[in-house]
Design a protein around this ligand. Structure first.
Ligand SMILES: CSCCC(=O)C(=O)COP(=O)(O)O
Ligand SMILES: [Mg+2]
Length: 261
């Protein structure tokens, strides 16, 4: 087994979700189809609620930012309350969500709506969060060794809490010291990692970030975090250069903590 020796200065392990704790297939085949299949019905049922209207406002702001992108789907403002007009706006939101998802966009606006939609699916037992089998036992060991463990995912904090709160392993939220999403900044920007360290109250070099995406690893490394790239079944392949540059692990069991000598 290959071993990644965790540097002695590391006191915090920061984890990505998709492709790191959780199979990409679970996200692509369970979480995302639920959104595509149910978004219209969800919007119709919740349209009058403040939370839903805040989600729509955020999506409209995203449309403005996306105005230079090919295929962007505009979301008109409602000028009255006629049923036909509401239905037209709902259809535009549905089309915008489908368009963003076809590009696997990680916008805060899309992720916030998705998080709100998954609430009912988890609460009724229709979905349960899934993890690679090494994940939960390893996190328990890290915590026993005194490590703090945080999540940083493009999925909204609410969506993260649902995934870990309603999982095949039960409610395992107690294993985490905190959660970050793109509200702190995008995962490919190094400033996000500086903000995370500052919010935790440590230096960036006290943090080890585990992710499957090398652009994220690069941004964290630029901010002076330690990084290891996680290679899991179903993840995107790495180039030869990436394979030789990054420390790679295929299981959390390959992390060797200083205290475990
Ligand atoms: C609760 S995570 C839902 C999955 C998701 O929406 C996503 O975008 C995962 O991105 P990650 O940053 O964890 O790779
Ligand atoms: Mg990932």
């Amino acid at each position: 087994m290959v071993v990644f020796a965790v540097p002695a200065e590391v006191a915090v392990i920061l984890l990505d979700i998709e492709g790191t704790t959780t199979p990409i297939a679970y996200v692509k085949d369970t979480l995302f189809p639920y959104i595509k299949d149910n978004v219209k019905e969800y919007l119709r049922a919740h349209w009058e609620e403040e939370e839903c209207q805040q989600d729509i406002s955020l999506l409209r702001k995203q449309v403005e930012e996306d105005s230079n992108l090919d295929g962007v789907v505009p979301i008109p403002l409602e000028t009255g309350n006629g049923e036909d007009e509401v239905e037209q706006v709902i259809q535009a939101v549905v089309d915008n969500v489908h368009w963003q998802m076809s590009l696997d966009r990680k916008t805060t606006a899309l992720k916030q709506l998705q998080g709100h939609m998954w609430r009912a699916a988890y609460a009724t037992g229709r979905m349960k969060g899934e993890f690679f089998q090494d994940v939960v036992p390893a996190i328990r060991k890290w915590r026993e060794a005194g490590m703090k463990v945080y999540i940083y995912s493009s999925g909204s904090v609410e969506a993260q809490k649902l995934l870990f709160g309603y999982s095949t392993e039960g409610d395992i939220l107690e294993l985490f010291d905190g959660h970050f999403d793109t509200k702190i900044g995008h995962k490919v920007e190094s400033e996000s990692y500086r903000r995370i360290a500052s919010s935790i109250g440590c230096s960036t070099n006290n943090v080890l970030f585990l992710t499957d995406v090398t652009r994220e690893a690069n941004a964290a490394e630029e901010a002076d975090m330690h990084v290891a790239v996680v290679v899991r079944p179903g993840n995107a392949g790495l180039t030869d250069d990436e394979k030789s540059y990054y420390s790679l692990i295929t299981s959390f069991n390959e992390l060797f903590l200083p205290s475990s000598t």
